[in-house]
Ligand binder design. Structure first.
Ligand code: ZN
Ligand code: ZN
Length: 291
């Protein structure tokens, strides 16, 4: 397949808010036919950033008008399987669609290199098949891993990213990212309970994306494995309380545990609205919010 083929596919839509967020995957580890796994796209200025690589991420990314080769970077919040399971698809697809040697940057907490190394080993045979078959494919995938620590700050294209500690213990380390561009701020938290560092990351953010669970629903299920997850995720109400404490403008909820049943959006929204008076965005995969 020639590279021109890929050029024929639609590019990202020409939208012009300073910052644009798309919930690529609103699901959780519990399978849902309609919800991909954890993944959020943030576009601002010249940066196209993907946060986490859950189940089905490449499909949803394409539906949002972006190919893996269009990403500036992948940013991982933590290394739970539901946030990284399709990183291999992302890396492979990025590689086979690249016209020449093109690094894919993957930012993540310590341990990210180990995950990428394992994933690279898993695809060793595939890599060799493709290198042997395509004369114009001469280089293995290049994954540039940047392991980050809370307090780090760096630029990607014309956006500034800072890294913040979150609290998803016993899973450690876990981080969230605060992205600033043109006076607008997006705060992308992964799985976490409320904590001071999270409040700081979200301070006055225009958009705050939080993975959530329904404590009322999960708490009512007498299954010890489900009960275990209650104490390391923000409930819908806690996400709203964080948003209020931090002075957030718009709260964006994702990673619904259990899966949000279509038609039940207003129940979820009401639980958040009892604690947060600003706009609350939630819904199906590909729901968007902008600032
Ligand atoms: Zn997690
Ligand atoms: Zn998760």
């Amino acid at each position: 397949m020639g590279i021109g083929f890929f050029g024929a596919v639609p590019l990202a839509p020409l939208v012009s808010p300073a910052m644009d967020i798309t919930l690529l995957g609103t699901g959780s580890p519990l399978p849902s036919p309609d919800r991909a796994g954890a993944a959020t796209l943030l576009r601002a200025g010249g940066a196209t950033l993907l946060f986490d690589c859950g189940r089905g991420v490449v499909l949803r990314l394409t539906a949002a008008g972006v190919f893996p080769i269009g990403l500036s970077a992948v940013m991982l919040t933590h290394l739970h399987s539901d946030h990284i399971v399709d990183l291999g698809d992302m890396v492979t697809t990025h590689w086979v669609m690249s016209p020449g040697p093109t690094p894919l940057k993957v930012y993540g907490p310590p341990g990210t290199q180990e995950v990428v190394d394992g994933m690279t080993a898993m695809f060793a045979l595939d890599r060799q098949y493709r290198l042997d078959h395509h004369a114009d494919l001469t280089q293995a995938p290049i994954v540039e891993v940047i392991e980050v620590e809370p307090g780090d700050q760096f630029e990607i294209a014309d956006v500034t990213v800072s890294v913040h500690r979150t609290d998803h213990r016993p899973v450690q380390p876990t981080v969230g990212y605060r992205v600033t561009h043109d006076g607008k701020v997006g705060a992308i938290a992964g799985d976490t309970v409320p904590c001071d560092e999270l409040d700081e990351m979200c301070r006055e953010a225009d958009l705050y994306v939080q993975t959530v669970l329904r404590a009322d629903l999960i708490g009512a299920i007498p299954n010890p494995r489900l009960q275990d997850i209650l104490n390391y995720h923000s409930s819908v109400e806690q996400a709203a309380q964080t948003a209020t404490r931090a002075g957030v403008k718009t709260l964006v909820l994702t990673h619904y545990i259990p899966a949000l049943i279509p038609g039940d959006e207003e129940t979820w929204r009401a639980l958040a609205a009892a604690h947060f008076s600003g706009p609350i965005v939630l819904g199906d995969d590909l729901t968007t919010a902008s600032a």
